[in-house]
Design a protein around this ligand. Structure first.
Ligand code: XIL
Length: 316
């Protein structure tokens, strides 16, 4: 079988990709497979470009770990997704300590975004500039940024990112916007508002952390609604978890489910690509985040292809 990235490109996508984390990179079986096969033409750092990793103290930037991932992308000709610039989680304490008034926090956001995007200028295909800004009911998440600046923080970050790397695609990334519903509608309304205000916005990231047997049935209809806004989108963090221990029936259902999601991306031309949130169960974030759940990726703990892998291949 041809590699997933090759198949995705043949199907008109830019890439099939994966997230990876620095702590996994001393596993040579893992890295050699990831780097030398044709499955992954895009890479996302799972943690090392987040705020706590990149600006642990005000104005003190460390890009060492992020650079390791960026170098993999460069050396193996992969697209690089910058993840992420402004998010309510994995923030250093100095940001969340409520020390800043609106003017101060605006400057903090602008400095963070400008410095990080400038550091990776020319290397990043797309930035998740804003991560998870919405609540599930479609209201804005009341984090330190929104509480202090309202939606201005979104404008400030997007404009700073555009200025620092005019060629990078600027995305807002979130979950539970993959299907028709009030959160998706709210995200579309946010895009329309940004467009009306001439704020740069190029794309929407559909995280797609799904559950076996419960993949939404309105993916294509919902994706088309975003496409109709004149923007692109991508499936940015795909995994499909099941209750442990895994069963043959669930692994078979997971094959169907991966097929469904990948096929939905293929149905809408401006779906640029699909990224799995790590490619092997060995390093998936799921078991530690959702106790009792796992087996969410297309490769098992031994880096062997699961039925889910075949589901992706069939779709592509
Ligand atoms: C997760 C990572 O996978 C974990 O290693 C980390 O401990 C927490 O963050 N949505 C996102 C990602 O946008 O950044 C999150 O990644 C998963 C949910």
């Amino acid at each position: 079988v041809q590699g997933l990235n090759y198949l995705a490109q043949n199907a008109g996508k830019l890439y099939f990709g994966t997230a990876t984390d620095n702590s996994e990179l001393n596993d040579t079986a893992y890295t050699s497979y990831m780097e030398n096969n044709l499955h992954f033409g895009q890479i996302t750092p799972e943690n090392s470009m987040k705020w706590d990793a990149t600006e642990p103290e005000p104005g003190t930037f460390t890009f060492t770990d992020g650079d390791v991932i960026a170098d993999i992308a460069k050396n193996y000709g992969m697209y690089l997704r910058g993840h992420n610039l402004v998010w309510y989680e994995q923030l250093p304490d100095w940001v969340t300590a409520n020390n800043y008034n609106a003017t101060g926090l605006a400057a903090v956001v602008e400095t963070h975004v400008t410095t990080e995007v400038a550091h990776y200028k020319g290397q990043v295909y797309a930035w998740d500039v804003i991560n998870e800004p919405l609540n599930d009911n479609g209201t804005f998440r009341e984090d330190v940024f929104y509480d202090t600046l309202g939606t201005d923080y979104i404008t400030i970050a997007l404009q700073a990112a555009r200025a620092a790397d005019p060629n990078a695609k600027l995305y807002i990334n979130d979950y539970n916007i993959e299907y028709v519903g009030e959160k998706s509608t709210a995200m579309q309304n946010l895009v329309k508002q940004l467009q009306a205000d001439n704020v740069p916005i190029d794309g929407i990231g559909m995280e797609s952390h799904f559950i076996v047997g419960e993949v939404p049935t309105t993916l294509v209809e919902n994706f088309q609604a975003f496409a109709d806004l004149g923007i692109e989108f991508a499936i940015t963090e795909l995994d499909i978890r099941m209750e442990l221990p895994e069963t043959a029936a669930n692994l078979d259902q997971q094959k169907t489910d991966f097929y469904t999601v990948v096929n939905a991306c293929l149905q809408v031309s401006v779906c640029r690509g699909i990224t799995v949130w790590d490619w092997t169960d060995k390093y998936s974030w799921v078991p530690s985040t959702f106790p009792g759940w796992g087996a969410a990726t297309p490769f098992d703990d031994n880096l062997v292809e699961k039925p889910a892998f075949d589901g992706i291949v069939i779709a592509l």
